[in-house]
Design a protein around this ligand. Structure first.
Ligand SMILES: Cc1cc2nc3c(=O)[nH]c(=O)nc-3n(C[C@H](O)[C@H](O)[C@H](O)COP(=O)(O)OP(=O)(O)OC[C@H]3O[C@@H](n4cnc5c(N)ncnc54)[C@H](O)[C@@H]3O)c2cc1C
Length: 438
């Protein structure tokens, strides 16, 4: 997102936590234009960061040099119906992708809870949904076409180089520009979503059963309350017409999306002491209902109320202890927070920079309404999450430094080796990448 300030073009991310002033902002119309921009940068010593939809909370794409968007490199490129593989251009956003796949009789196996991101941006930070049988979106990428710093293209897949794939499936834009992604997909399917209220105690008691008996399961817990929203999704009977199966649109209305919640958030911002009451009122408003729809439509919820977010992955077995600890800390410190804490589950993978590397994970996400003080709250909870071997979601706020990153990601050195090989001049690095990775 760009705006003009004193004749300068200022870029900002979705949550407006990151601002920068790129000297050049380029949206190439085709691949050969993109290639010549990269070749030129390589020769002249310029720096490049690629931006997707700007939905990361951290300064991943911030640059004062060249920012490139693949806004014009979009859509499905190729379909392999024997393997159920679909190759898409990197700039395609998840909403368009879901609709285009649906038209072709396909769907992605799992998605996060919004659809504004680009496919390249989503895999580059390990964007995930929920469900113990599914890895992050990065795990759905079985092939990646990468434009290297010197302008050469490489096709990376399991057959030609599986370790390079493990590096490229989540690379924060550090290895080169992801021009195309090949996804393993499923035949199109519908989901039945169910939303209901449960006490925190009861949901922790049932947690193991809930996450294993539903295809997708997550919970939203409202601070200072004993109330949790449980959301589950399961495969629908695909033989029945979609229109007949649609029920009241209750499921979509998660609390943090309605206008009333926005108004209450404003009250909380102006009078932070009211946060506790607002959290309690919001918990009362948890929607109860069922909805059936195409998978890509049911995964996505709009996010009109803006916030800042931190999210950590922790080994799945620690989740109950962590939530109880967080409860104690919030009540003790009386943080002014009314946004729910979200908890999702992700299957282990073998991607080098993935927060789920080598372990089945719970992802605990903490939000604060935009404009309200978040640092003391985030820092206190981050301390707890780090104590339980937490690894940060790269696209969300965190304060990890290089030493912590090194100890949290056992394959980091392998990743850095690949990065140095593919981009020895550091064309695709920015200050933030240097800070995190050296
Ligand atoms: C409202 C909201 C809801 C969210 N919900 C979820 C969720 O449910 N689950 C979850 O895991 N995350 C979620 N996120 C985080 C979000 O999915 C990630 O931050 C994601 O990376 C954003 O994608 P993007 O297209 O906006 O990429 P950007 O934020 O623009 O970029 C992210 C990274 O990808 C790199 N990149 C982008 N395009 C390319 C390319 N073509 N080649 C190489 N590198 C590239 C960038 O350089 C950068 O390092 C949410 C964020 C917001 C604001």
């Amino acid at each position: 997102m760009f705006s003009m300030t004193k004749n300068r073009q200022v870029w900002k991310n979705w949550s407006e936590s990151v601002y920068c002033e790129p000297e050049h902002f380029i949206e190439p119309n085709n691949l050969s234009q993109l290639q010549s921009i990269v070749r030129q940068a390589y020769k002249t010593g310029r720096k490049i960061r690629v931006v997707g939809a700007g939905h990361s909370f951290t300064p991943l794409v911030a640059t004062s040099d060249t920012m490139i968007s693949l806004r014009h490199l979009v859509g499905i490129d190729q379909i392999d119906r024997t393997k159920h593989h679909v190759t898409v251009w990197g700039g395609t956003n998840l909403k368009e992708l879901g609709e285009q796949l649906w038209e072709q009789g396909y769907a992605m196996e799992n998605l996060g809870d919004i659809n504004k991101q680009t496919i390249a941006g989503a895999i580059s930070t390990g964007t995930h949904g929920t469900g113990i049988h599914f890895g992050s979106i990065s795990t759905q990428a079985v092939g990646i076409t990468l434009l290297q710093a010197n302008g050469d293209m490489i096709d990376i897949n399991e057959t030609n180089d599986s370790s390079l794939l493990q590096a490229a499936q989540l690379s924060l834009g550090m290895l080169g520009i992801i021009v195309k992604v090949t996804l393993k997909v499923l035949p199109a399917y519908q989901l039945v979503g169910h939303s209901y209220r449960l006490s925190l105690e009861e949901s922790l008691h049932q947690l193991t059963a809930l996450r294993s008996s539903h295809r997708n399961m997550e919970l939203y817990w409202f601070p200072f309350t004993n109330t949790v929203q449980i959301k589950t999704m399961n495969m629908a009977d695909s033989t029945v017409e979609l229109e007949n199966k649609k029920q009241h649109n209750l499921f979509k209305k998660i609390v943090i999306e309605n206008g009333l919640f926005w108004m209450m958030s404003e009250v909380s911002r102006i009078v932070p002491k009211s946060a506790k009451t607002i959290s309690t009122l919001s918990a009362i408003g948890i929607p109860v209902g069922t909805e059936t729809d195409a998978s890509h439509a049911i995964f996505a919820t709009p996010r009109l109320v803006k916030f800042q977010e931190m999210e950590y992955s922790v080994p799945m077995e620690h989740v109950e202890t962590i939530l109880r600890t967080i409860d104690r800390v919030i009540r003790k410190e009386q943080y002014a927070v009314h946004f729910p804490i979200e908890c999702r589950f992700v299957k282990r993978d073998d991607i080098w920079l993935s927060p789920s590397y080598g372990r089945d994970s719970a992802y605990i996400a903490i939000h604060m309404y935009k404009g309200m003080e978040f640092s003391p709250y985030f820092q206190a909870l981050e301390k707890i999450l780090k104590q339980f071997e937490g690894r940060p979601h790269w696209g969300k706020m965190h304060t990890m430094n290089q030493v912590e990153v090194q100890s949290a990601y056992p394959r980091l050195h392998d990743f850095i080796d690949v990065r140095n090989r593919l981009d020895e001049r550091g064309v695709f690095l920015n200050e933030y990448m240097h800070h995190l990775f050296g």
